[in-house]
Design a protein around this ligand. Sequence first.
Ligand code: PMP
Length: 466
Amino acid sequence: PVTAAAPRVARSTAEYRVLDAAHHLHPFSDMGTLNRTGSRVITRAEGVYLWDSEGHKIIDGMAGLWCVNVGHARKELAEAAYRQMLELPFYNTFFKTTHPPVIELSALLAEVTPPGFNHFFYCNSGSEGNDTVLRIVYQYWLVKGQPSKKYVISRTNGYHGSTIAGASLGGMGYMHEQMPSKVEHIVHIDQPYWYGNGGDLSPEAFSLNCARQLEAKILELGAENVAAFIGEPFQGAGGVIFPASTYWPEIERICRKYDILLCADEVIGGFGRTGEWFSHEYFGFQPDLLTMAKGLTSGYVPMGAVGLQDHVAAAIIENGEFNHGLTYSGHPVAAAVAVANLRLLREGGIVERVKTDIGPYFQKTLRAALADSPLVGDIAGTGLVAGIQLAQYKGDAQGLGRQRFANGGEVGTICRDFCFENDLVMRATGDRMLLSPPFVITHEEVDELVGKARRAIDLTAQRIGT
Ligand code: PMP
């Protein structure tokens, strides 16, 4: 039950802001501007709600950063961490050593991931997960006697993290601009963003064309030089971009034809967001490697993992030392929390509920509420994830003649600010508004979330005079 108790605050908001501005650098932020206005201080959370230091109750339409899937303040997870900290707070998994939580987690992951994923390597984040994917891919081809297979192909506007390798794999130009060099042998093809780039093609034809860019790129580089393709089954940070149904089967066909490893970055899509345990199951393809993080622990503690299909694992296992690892690979507290989280998701029927009940209800309610908004050009998504495209002109019934705003991002920012003022967390990527609420959201809370989203979009329409 959600209680509206006052937040436990030790300092005034003003004091927090002064200290925050004096000593804390925020990720992906313009610190000068932020320090002049001051951050919102979140002090407490429960279920789908957050409270700030001013006592505002805010509905969390983003599950933190797409991660708090079982909802905030679950005792089951807190207790798992507490028990584990008392029993064995830390031990490493290097040097011929292991421990029960990491063993239990690995066995459980083999059950909840699709067939053929039976081995898991651990890290602390999605970025490290994708670094790990690169290390595994290179080692795989070395072992296979094909060391020339070095190129990894990913997509523009994809997001794979903020380590140097993660940012290099990602296709975010604004991140690349701040790096003097990137990890070598990473090249990009276009993202399957129909609303923006599909022109007069149908979504299916456009997605197929985008997938075929992979084949063209492989032929340009020479298949003997290409190691892997990596992509988010649906792009999250890039704007919740869902490719048409033609996309992934074609990508899979091309990877198999040219003997290229297919890597699915499931950092956002994993553990039930689409109603399937993994979003590649929703799109109907079978990757060789899986990157996981966020939903693995519902964000309660940091943890990432990489799943390896049996043929990939065999190459890593039978060929001497794999020279990669992190102090906290398989951290016992993180592993204990992940086990508790996965049990809740499975035995509590939480993932099943996303598929059969709350996911369909969310999609239906959102689409009905926004159907007549002049500002909404398109809604992408399934389960509990949605990307709402704000557009200058939505186009005809097929979306032909659709037109985005010329000043990309400005309208999204206005809308995001209205959300902020109205105690709703809805993220903006350019002019796409993103929602990804906790899985435990009730029908009434969906109504509240959608109502607030509609209001923010209406206020935006008024402001810009649509
Ligand atoms: N991959 C994807 C698809 C992501 O969305 C993210 C984070 N949003 C990452 C990787 C990086 O994860 P982290 O921030 O935990 O390093």
